[in-house]
Design a protein around this ligand. Sequence first.
Ligand SMILES: Nc1ncnc2c1ncn2[C@@H]1O[C@H](COP(=O)(O)OP(=O)(O)OP(=O)(O)O)[C@@H](O)[C@H]1O
Length: 524
Amino acid sequence: MQSFDLNNIWEHILQEAKKNMQHLPDALYLRVTSSLIPMSLESHSIHIGVMQTFVKNLIDQQPQISKALQDAITTVIGSHRDMVLFDFNQESVDTTFVDESLIDTPVVAPPMPLPPIVEEKAHQEEFYTPVYQDPVYIDRAPAPVEIPDEPMVTTPKKSTETTPTLQSDNVPVDLSLSNLNPAYRFDNYVTGNANRIPFGAAQNVAEFPGGDYNPLFIYGPSGLGKTHLMHAIGNAIKENHPHMKVMSITSENFMNIFVETLQRNQGKLFRNTFRNIDVLMIDDIQFLESRESTKTELFNTFNELLNNNKQIVLTSDTMPNDMEQFEDRLRSRFQAGYIATMENPDLETRIAIFRSLLEREYKKNRIIRIDNDSINYVALQFSENVRVLQGAFTKLIGTASIDQRLESIDLEYTKHALAGLVHTEEVNMVNIESIQNFVSSYFNIKKQDLLGKKRKAQFAFPRQIAMYLCRDMINESYPQIAAAFSRDHTTILHAYDKITKEIEKNEETKRMVAEIKQKLTTCG
Ligand SMILES: Nc1ncnc2c1ncn2[C@@H]1O[C@H](COP(=O)(O)OP(=O)(O)OP(=O)(O)O)[C@@H](O)[C@H]1O
C-alpha cells in the first residue's frame, strides 16, 4: 500500500539521518523526528509535514539538521529529492463550502512504487497542506444558561514558542506546542462513580496505546468531559511515549481537510498524513454520520491504523448502534474495541469539581473564602453537566471579584450572584440539618433520638449513616459535623470509616445509602 511504503522509506531515511545527527541530544533528536510526517514523494521532491512549529523553525535555522535529513533522503532514495517542509500549525485551510456530492466517489490511490522510486506522476502536484488547529469546541445543545465570563481554560498562545539551541542538553517536552490542549490532563480530571470506568480505560490507553482498548470509544452527553479525557490521553502518551505521533482532531476539521484535499485532487496527502500517525483521536465522531465521502475515507483510515496496531480514540454523544447513517461495517469497527460510557456526575463529584476549580484559583494566589452551603448550593443547582457547573463557578467568582466579596461568599450572596442563571425551581439545599431531618424520617425515628446518646442499633445505625452523609455528600469538616451531633470528632471519623466499609461489603447498605442520597437531592 502506498502510505506504508512511504512510511517504510521514511523510517530508513530517519535511521540514515540519525548517523549524521549524533551531535544532537537524544531528547532533541527524538522530538524532531517524532514531529515529522512523510506526506508524498514526487519526482523532484519529498513533502514532509511538521506537527510542531518549533521543529520547523529548528530545521530551517540549523543547517546541520536540514543537511542530515537531506543527505539521508538522497542516500535512501538513490537520487536527489528536495525536502519540502510544511508546518501544520501555520498553513490554513480554506473551509469554504464545497458541495460534497461532487466528490463522493472514493478516491483510489495509485499503487506506490517500491524504492528505488519511479516517477509516479507526469506532473508535479501543486502542494496543499492540511492544517491541525487546536480543537474547535462546539456547543451543540442550546445554552441552558447565559455564561458571560471568559472560559476557565485557555490554551497558551503559539507566539510564546521558543526555539531551543542545539546546545541544549535537556529539551523539555513542551506540550503547548502540540495540537493537544495541555490544560486537559488526568491529574485535573475529577473522578467519581459516573466516570471512573472511562477514566480507567483512558489511563490504560495512555499507558499501552494500541493495546486492549482499541478503538476506545468514549460515549456520553455533552459537557461531561469526553474531550478533556481524550486530550488527557494524548498528553499522557506524549509524555510516556515521546516518539509517538499523536493527532487529535475534531470531526469538523477531519472533514474539512478531507474535502479540501479532494477538491485539490490531493487525497493522497490526506491518506499519508492520517495513516502515518500512531494515535488518532477524533472528537465528536457523530458529526461525520451524514458525510458520505468522508465515511469511506474514515473506514479506510480506521482499517489501516487498526491493522497496524495504532491507537484510535473517538468521542461521541451517540452510541455506535444509534448512528444509523454509518454503515454496519463502520459501526462494528467502533464497537470492536471498548465503549466507555460517561454519566452525569453525582453530587459528591460535582462538589469535588467545584473544589478543584477553587484550587485552580488558589494557585493563582487568589484569596477566596466561600462557605460549604454555597458550594453545595451551586453543585446542587447546576447539575446538568460539568460545563454548566463551570459556568456557574466562573460567574460567581467573577461577580464576587467585582463586588469585592471574594473573601466572604456565603449562601445568600451566592444565590444573589447566580440568580440570573437559575431557570428551574430552586433545588433543596442539602446541609447538615437537612441530612439529619431526612435520615430521621427515612428510618422513622425522632430527630432527638438521632442526635441523642441511645446506643441501640435502631438509633446508632441511622446516626452513623447521617454522620457519614454529612462528610461524603457535602464534604463538611469533621469538627463541624461533630458539633452538629454534639460528639467528639473521632466519633465522626469512626462512623465514616464504619459506613464506608459497610457499603463495600453489604449490598443492602449500599442500596440504602444511594437511595437516601438520591431522595435528599430530589425531594423535601
Ligand atoms: N471530571 C471532570 N473533572 C474536571 N473537569 C471536567 C470534568 N468533566 C468535565 N470537565 C470540564 O468540563 C468542560 C467540558 O468538558 P468537555 O468539553 O470535555 O465535555 P464533552 O463531553 O467533550 O462535551 P461535548 O460533547 O459538548 O464536546 C471542560 O472544561 C472540562 O475540563
